[in-house]
Design a protein around this ligand. Sequence first.
Ligand code: ATP
Length: 194
Amino acid sequence: MSRLGIFGGTFNPPHIGHTRLAEHFVNELSLDRLLVIPTAEPPHKLSTDLASGEDRMNMCMLAFPDALVSTIELARGGKSYTFDTLTEICAQYPYDELFFIVGSDMLLSFDRWYKHEEILDMVTLCAADRQEDSLLKKHGVPEFFEGKRLHISKLAPFEVSSTQIRELIKNNESTDGWLDPAVRAYIDERGLYR
Ligand code: ATP
């Protein structure tokens, strides 16, 4: 039985906050493999300035060279619900133990996700704080996680978002330290987020 990490996101674009979070869990939980899954249409946010699925896939391959970047949600199209994705992954990897990786913002709103209880029966949810003011410390772990497989890690937050990165690119500013140089080169070459 392999330990399979699953990391979904808009990845518009993928930044160091993403790669750092995923790498951390791969090491801490000794995961055998990591699946990185760019969403088709993100269900939790309004998407202005959304790069194409193909560009986000290519950027993910540059940002996560050791992971398997999956087209599962882009191929399905429409709104990307995690429950549907995990159902497909369970069928594809029936003998694997699944670890679903999220930032703390997602954890706190998790009870609004489609079929969140079923999701919690399928995976160990793995989360770390995204912000210095520690959302999890402030609000505590929501009650609906009681009795579920939840792994919260004390990884020091690294505050960056794709929104901030898109803004820097629009203003022709440096993204050093926040974005993999290969991803920045891809963005500049394709003229994304201008
Ligand atoms: P946007 O600014 O466009 O809303 P984002 O930076 O939040 O994007 P997403 O692709 O929506 O990035 O995030 C995918 C996953 O990565 C989510 O679970 C999110 O909580 C997590 N994540 C994003 N940025 C960080 C970060 N800096 N630290 C920890 N987790 C993060």
